[in-house]
Design a protein around this ligand. Sequence first.
Ligand SMILES: *[C@@H]1O[C@H](CO)[C@@H](O)[C@H](O)[C@H]1NC(C)=O
Ligand SMILES: *[C@@H]1O[C@H](CO)[C@@H](O)[C@H](O)[C@H]1NC(C)=O
Ligand SMILES: *[C@@H]1O[C@H](CO)[C@@H](O)[C@H](O)[C@H]1NC(C)=O
Ligand SMILES: *[C@@H]1O[C@H](CO)[C@@H](O)[C@H](O)[C@H]1NC(C)=O
Ligand SMILES: *[C@@H]1O[C@H](CO)[C@@H](O)[C@H](O)[C@H]1NC(C)=O
Ligand SMILES: *[C@@H]1O[C@H](CO)[C@@H](O)[C@H](O)[C@H]1NC(C)=O
Length: 467
Amino acid sequence: MEGKLKVDANYRKIYSRLLKCVICISTLLLLLILFRNQNLTSISLISRKNGSGASHSDQSSVIETMAAKLRESVTFLPLKDLRFSETAMIGNTWFMSSLNDSYEMNEAEYLYFPSEVSKGRLLCIRGRDMSDGTKNFYALAWRESLPNNATLLSGLTYVSNTYYNYLNLWHGLCAMTPFVRWTMKNKCIKPDRWVLFHWGELEIRTGSWIQQLMLANYGEFKFEGFDKGDGPYCFEKAVVMRHDLGSMGLDNKLKVYDMMRCKAREFCNLFVPERSMEVDERGLPVIRLTLLMRRGSRSFKNATLVTDIFSRECDRAEGCVLKVFQSEDLSFCDQVKVMTYTDVVASPHGAQLTNMFFMDRGSSVMEFFPKGWLEHAGVGQYAHHWMANQSGMKHQGAWCDSTGEDCPTPKDDRKCFLFHKDGKVGVNETYFAEWIRKVLHEVRVSKLEATKTPIAKEQLSNNVCAC
Ligand SMILES: *[C@@H]1O[C@H](CO)[C@@H](O)[C@H](O)[C@H]1NC(C)=O
Ligand SMILES: *[C@@H]1O[C@H](CO)[C@@H](O)[C@H](O)[C@H]1NC(C)=O
Ligand SMILES: *[C@@H]1O[C@H](CO)[C@@H](O)[C@H](O)[C@H]1NC(C)=O
Ligand SMILES: *[C@@H]1O[C@H](CO)[C@@H](O)[C@H](O)[C@H]1NC(C)=O
Ligand SMILES: *[C@@H]1O[C@H](CO)[C@@H](O)[C@H](O)[C@H]1NC(C)=O
Ligand SMILES: *[C@@H]1O[C@H](CO)[C@@H](O)[C@H](O)[C@H]1NC(C)=O
């Protein structure tokens, strides 16, 4: 602990010395530039009188020397700072740990370069290592004195670091959403490129679902691979996000999910009439119930039986239409389409539930867990509760299987979670039937209300994308 503190202190000392040095040199340079501009006329007069011109070239050579020194003094620090591995997601995180976030009320934390906070300096990254984030580096530099061999990448760059991953729908979405929000509140500006990091390691692709969602929002875009050599790359403008949704307020979360829903539907050519008003031939509100299945881990032990229960209850409820889908068999646009035409989605816990935000606001989610999740999964089990909350859906609760094998090490939560994590989901016929009945009833009541009252504003905006 003491050793770590000492290292910290030394590190800070070195850092502050370097900083002083940089500030010193840059002040000199500035003074020189000022001096040069103000005295240019008189110098040239003297030169002409003098007939040598030596004074002028002396000045320029001094400026060049200073710029070269400034270039040399750009300090690269490791992108991933192991001193903060215990608090990798807290405060300045372990990614670009020397830099403070900027805050705006109800927005995700971000870093922007160049800015007043960066004293006008650009962000530079020398970071192509894909397996060790400590071997990748970052630095700040003035545009006039970028480090040697630097490539200047023009336009706007989005730099993302995630602690989780870009393959999983839920985690990928959490990493990308703050950028979509940034786009929204900055006149729908589009980035020229994205740079993705995971623990400071460069990544050059996301899962295909995320890729499609970003295509829907941005049209063509590219992930930067820094493939013009090892030298540093400096960004004309860069936004860095390293906290997922972080301190984004609920209102802004709802807005950004509204936009992603709208963009996805547009991308998939779904121009949907007002769903809350949909009625059947008898004039009764239609309730679209979707059972979203998955294979392998966390699938239902007996999917036929579960389908039978849903089918029976749906038949009993007026206006109910049941559809059953195998999530793995659906393309991105199939998923968007299925959810667009869903009022109640029922599904085992899993990434496929991330699709819930493609439903109209106010739709319902029923979630099913295998044995052991309730006791050992920690807060992770609430991921889809959060997702429902922030995308404007109603999470109608979760059912957790209580039957099945017991964990052999009941005192060790982590081991028990791993033991149960990929289990399968059983069934309680009585409970399922009662639950479905209750949810369908609630949805029916609110649909009847909706047909009586004017259309809610946010529903109307479903077909008009913010960007
Ligand atoms: C000409 O300029 C040089 C360099 O600034 C200076 O040393 C020298 O005294 C000047 N000569 C005259 C005649 O002004
Ligand atoms: C970051 O914030 C801390 C605490 O507010 C402050 O002491 C420090 O100087 C800031 N660092 C930079 C690089 O702005
Ligand atoms: C810059 O690039 C040249 C040629 O690729 C190389 O020889 C040189 O060492 C590089 N300089 C730095 C400071 O990286
Ligand atoms: C699934 O449930 C049905 C209906 O209760 C039953 O007939 C069938 O045997 C069950 N299948 C399995 C694999 O348990
Ligand atoms: C979702 O939001 C409701 C209402 O704001 C709140 O009561 C509930 O605790 C939230 N649930 C979760 C899991 O955050
Ligand atoms: C099934 O659900 C019913 C109704 O909630 C409950 O009374 C019963 O104990 C449950 N059965 C099992 C085996 O958990």
